[in-house]
Design a protein around this ligand. Structure first.
Ligand code: CP3
Length: 353
């Protein structure tokens, strides 16, 4: 088993000292990179790319070849689980995701099964194995899944939504049906993340993109409680090394204390909250990951450097910060801006350690 040459991410997630602040970016492999678009064209579509382990490995490694990032994240999507459940995933050109058979009828909901990751998501596990081997310990590999609630949003709506009225109608009108979906998603997420850990993922992250659209009580009942159960079901060590977990609820800044009590090692935060305020609220319980506005990368180098400096200063001195954006890299980001960001984090952060 190759020992990690750069373990700054793992150490920061566990609030251990590091010489500088590690940095990686959500959607670091994506359409802002010309080489990604070339490989995607070769695959034919986003989904064909994600389902081809050789090509998915190639695009996972592309941002690392360009920038000295401190982590890799497996190239895949959160919607692989609903796809494996047979809901029929597709991505229209220039559109968001679409599920052909959204869950509307109780009969369909009661038939929902937990997919066996080895049988139905073997392509993701093969990508994890290949990336892990190719990295050879250079940096840690992050595995991920969607939160039970965020997956349910897509499974019930059938795609993206401005107001989530279908899933929210179910939440208020037939809560027991939504709870049933969430229980299945929860078991699916546990099996999927544990299989990724076994295949070589050294960190896991739960993406709760839509939990932040809920009311406070509904967030606790329908999103956070299921993420907590996912965390409880995880294998916490791999070959004697701890596998840290990151919980990211976009728009979750109001609920940091509750998230910090969920059993995760770190919380991902978006740019709507001051990192210093977030740190004071979570105290010694968890690390924080974030939180520069992805739109800051659309400005020039000096604005990016200023944004990095402000983010580092907001967190302040000491361990427990992983630098990231508050959401994924925007498609129209110049790759040189990402280079400037990574360089600024590595140059400016040692003063804080
Ligand atoms: O971060 C990484 O580099 C790893 C890869 C990754 C993707 N999706 C690749 C992707 C990760 C971690 C995700 C997670 C994901 N997928 C989330 C949670 C994080 C978030 O962004 O809020 C969500 C909600 C999805 C669902 C999804 N996948 C949507 C809504 C879309 C369409 C939006 C868009 O940007 O086009 C996708 C497609 C997708 N997933 C792309 C990529 C690189 C773009 C597809 C393409 O190449 O055409």
């Amino acid at each position: 088993m190759p020992k990690l040459k750069n373990d700054t991410l793992i150490r920061a997630l566990l609030r251990q000292p590091t010489p500088y602040t590690p940095v990686w970016l959500m959607r670091q492999a994506g359409r802002y990179l010309p080489e990604y678009n070339t490989t995607r064209a070769r695959a034919g579509s986003f989904l064909a790319l994600a389902k081809n382990p050789d090509l998915a490995t190639e695009v996972t490694l592309q941002p690392l070849a360009r920038f000295p990032l401190d982590a890799a994240i497996v190239f895949s999507d959160i919607l692989t689980i609903p796809d494996a459940m047979g809901l029929g995933l597709s991505f229209g050109e220039g559109e968001g995701p679409r599920l052909e058979r959204p869950l509307r009828e109780e009969r369909e909901i009661r038939k929902l099964l937990v997919p066996d990751p080895r049988e139905h998501l073997g392509y993701v596990l093969e990508t994890v194995r290949q990336v892990h081997a190719a990295l050879n310990g250079k940096v840690p590999l992050i595995g991920f899944c969607g939160s039970p609630y965020t997956l349910a949003c897509y499974m019930v709506e059938g795609g993206a939504s401005a107001d989530f009225r279908t899933v929210k109608s179910m939440l208020y009108g037939r809560p027991e049906l939504l709870h049933h979906i969430l229980q299945v998603n929860c078991r699916a997420a546990i099996a999927y993340l544990n299989a990724q850990i076994e295949a070589g993922a050294q960190v896991v992250m739960i993406f709760d993109t839509w939990g932040g659209t809920l009311g406070a009580a509904e967030y606790r009942e329908f999103s956070l409680s299921y993420m907590q159960r996912v965390l409880e079901g995880l294998q916490r060590e791999r070959h004697g090394e701890r596998v840290p977990s990151i919980l990211f609820t976009k728009g979750g800044g109001g609920w940091l204390e509750a998230m910090a009590a969920s059993g995760c090692d770190a919380i991902g935060v978006d740019w709507t909250i001051d990192l210093g305020v977030a740190r004071a609220r979570v105290g010694q319980r968890v690390s924080l990951q974030g939180n520069l506005d992805p739109a800051a990368l659309l400005a020039g180098t000096s604005a990016i450097r200023a944004g990095v400096a402000a983010t580092l200063a907001a967190y302040g001195k000491g361990a427990g910060h992983v630098f990231n954006l508050g959401h994924g890299v925007i498609q129209f980001t110049p790759p040189d801006s990402v280079a400037a960001l990574v360089e600024a984090v590595h140059e400016l952060s040692p003063a804080y350690h």
